[in-house]
Design a protein around this ligand. Structure first.
Ligand SMILES: Cc1cc2nc3c(=O)[nH]c(=O)nc-3n(C[C@H](O)[C@H](O)[C@H](O)COP(=O)(O)OP(=O)(O)OC[C@H]3O[C@@H](n4cnc5c(N)ncnc54)[C@H](O)[C@@H]3O)c2cc1C
Ligand code: SF4
Length: 586
């Protein structure tokens, strides 16, 4: 029998980055807030002490902090017409599970999107003419200027380390000259760079490019954030991405917000509670709460005045589909919004091998890098190139973890004594450049429900249909050679270019930057949520995360995810609570 609980003001589905932000914002408003998290409790001293945090086998290869596919997965295919198959082991991206979500094991590369990224359709059409019909690229219904204060808040919360390139319109040497204006300098100075970044910077400068230190959520010095939570300087241990930081040096929900939120008497957290359904009233205008299942298999109904989905892009989209909120997108007709404009990232790279120098890449951090943005977004003239969008080129020194990192030059056998000799020779004398590009929305890339495969509760899995488009390939073909040229200028013995694969492959890790599916827009005819991330259908349902991006950009998403979460929380606090109802009239 379902256990029915007393109604609460706000229920949060998922307790990662966006859940933590919303919990803090709404408890500050005096609301009773409950977070339901499908995974367990996790904290720095108990779960990632420095003694075992750097356990590559346990955390990366055995996926201790990622969602188990035996419990929840999805199906995948490249194109409509193919049969999608279930993902039995995560590869290309790694959905998080447990308190802190993927915010525990992210790198901390914390970029703001460019102002023109928010106008991906209108800006590009104005400059280059009409886009092809099958490119469903769409503007955001919110501008960079509106989000700027919220980017600023997230950067202060996390203590982001960097160097401003555009301080209130004043261009600053050494920063990113293409970035949107910022109201404040970064809270902390850039991280210490290593040999590889110095060589990258010199080579990029020789080419007339504008290198700048990557904005990093790994601390360059001790920092106390505006909530009074303290972080320690990073030790450059190199076990950031896919790991929790045992040193309190990487901004995460645990190191920035939870020490405050967990003390609030009007906040409660229930772990091991998997939300199965968002419940609605008969008129289909309000969410009445959620149904979840606990670790003992007991079903619960949690009524709430406001329901907020904070379960990461993939989970939020599926939950809305399973709850019958909105019409699922059909690429054959173009009807339906839910699942539309799924996009991702277009990744390529270049390895550089040195003879006469040690790069010592094992001394690194998740966001230790030097970047050029000259080929990102619309920072360069695309006339006649046949694509829109761009990529940053970066020299990251994130790690040289012994199992994951096996840098060998082109032509080396894949096993045996020759492979071992090459690895021994190059392990300490290698670095790499990465090209991190935008995948532009396309009519045929989307999410829906699988007609065949079901989860352990008998509910359809979500099906992903995704492949790189002609735009993606041209983008990568244009920008990867620039990275190769920078690499050549770094003075190594040889380079190896790792081009974009012809087709998207779900297996090798690329990024956990899945976007779209619950996109924001101007009207219910072009989106799932309005400019305040409020469902068009159920006015007391709000949806967080990168699922609301109508279009991805050439950057990591989390700063924009967080800025939108603050923006939405502000609208709930200042508008919705005063007059509950649709915040945008159409
Ligand atoms: C290895 C890795 C490296 C990354 N590096 C970067 C980076 O350098 N820069 C960057 O910008 N971004 C990075 N990201 C992405 C970043 O982590 C995400 O953008 C961010 O965590 C998204 O926040 P979120 O709140 O939407 O989801 P999450 O932080 O993942 O939180 C979602 C939470 O909801 C829970 N949940 C989901 N469904 C349910 C349900 N039905 N019921 C109950 N609970 C549920 C999950 O268990 C999870 O804890 C990285 C991600 C990964 C995995
Ligand atoms: S590199 Fe720095 S931030 Fe990352 S896990 Fe190590 S100490 Fe923490």
């Amino acid at each position: 029998m379902t256990e029915i609980h007393r109604s609460i003001d706000v229920v949060l589905v998922g307790f990662g980055w966006t859940g933590a932000i919303l919990a803090h914002e709404l408890t500050a408003e005096g609301l009773q807030v409950l977070a339901l998290e499908r995974g367990g409790w996790r904290d720095t001293p108990t779960d990632f002490p420095t003694t075992h945090a750097p356990d590559e086998l346990r955390y990366y290869w055995r996926h201790e902090m990622f969602q188990e596919t035996a419990q929840e997965t999805q199906t995948f295919r490249n194109r409509r017409g193919q049969t999608a198959l279930p993902i039995r082991r995560w590869g290309s991206y790694l959905p998080g599970v447990g308190v802190g979500g993927a915010g525990v094991h992210w790198n901390g590369q914390t970029f703001r999107f460019l102002p023109s990224d928010f106008l991906a359709r209108s800006h590009n059409q104005e400059r280059y003419g009409a886009l092809p019909d099958d490119m469903t690229v769409q503007d955001y219904p919110v501008t960079y200027d509106e989000l700027e204060p919220h980017f600023d808040r997230f950067e202060k919360l996390c203590g982001i380390c960097g160097q401003a390139g555009n301080l209130q319109g004043d261009l600053r040497p050494g920063g990113n000259p293409f970035e949107g204006w910022r109201s404040n300098e970064y809270p902390n100075p850039p991280m210490e760079m290593t040999f590889s970044q110095d060589r990258f910077k010199a080579s990029a400068r020789d080419m007339g490019l504008n290198p700048f230190p990557a904005p990093s959520a790994n601390m360059s010095r001790a920092y106390t954030n505006p909530l009074g939570v303290r972080m320690a300087p990073c030790t450059y241990c190199g076990f950031c991405e896919k790991f929790g930081c045992g040193n309190y040096s990487k901004a995460s929900p645990q190191t920035t917000i939870l020490p405050v939120v967990m003390q609030q008497s009007n906040f409660r957290l229930r772990t091991h509670c998997d939300v199965l359904h968002v419940n609605k009233d008969r008129d289909n205008t309000r969410a009445t709460g959620v149904t979840y299942i606990d670790a003992h298999g007991q079903l619960h109904e949690q009524p709430a005045q406001i329901v907020i989905l904070c379960g990461y892009q993939l989970s939020n989209t599926r939950l809305m589909m399973l709850s019958g909120i909105g019409e699922i997108y059909d690429p054959a007709t173009g009807q339906g919004q839910l699942g539309r404009n799924y996009t991702y990232q277009v990744m390529s790279g270049v390895d550089v091998f040195f003879d006469d120098a040690f790069t010592n890449e094992y001394i690194g951090a998740g966001a230790l890098g030097m970047v050029v943005d000259d080929y990102n977004g619309d920072n360069f003239d695309h006339s006649g190139l046949g694509f829109i969008g761009g990529a940053y080129i970066a020299c990251w020194t994130t790690h040289a973890r012994p199992i994951e990192s096996q840098p060998v030059p082109e032509g080396t056998p894949e096993w045996g004594s020759e492979w071992k000799r090459a690895l021994q020779q190059n392990f300490l004398r290698h670095t790499s450049l990465s090209v991190h590009g935008a995948s532009m929305a396309h009519r045929e890339n989307y999410l829906d429900l699988d007609p065949t495969y079901k989860d352990r509760y008998g509910r359809p899995l979500m099906r992903m249909t995704y492949d790189f488009t002609a735009n993606d390939r041209r983008l990568s073909e244009h920008i990867t050679p620039v990275a190769a040229q920078i690499a050549r200028g770094m003075g190594g013995r040889e380079i190896k270019v790792n081009a974009l694969d012809a087709h998207y492959d779900i297996w090798p890790y690329q990024t956990t930057h899945n976007t779209g599916g619950t996109i924001m827009g101007e009207t219910p005819a072009d989106s799932v949520v309005n400019r305040y991330l409020q469902s068009w259908e159920l006015h007391n349902l709000f949806v967080m995360g990168a699922g609301v991006f109508p279009q991805n950009a050439g950057y990591n998403p989390t700063a924009t995810v967080a800025a939108l979460a603050y923006w939405s929380a502000h609208a709930i606090r200042t508008q919705y609570l005063r007059a509950p109802g649709p915040l945008v009239q159409v």
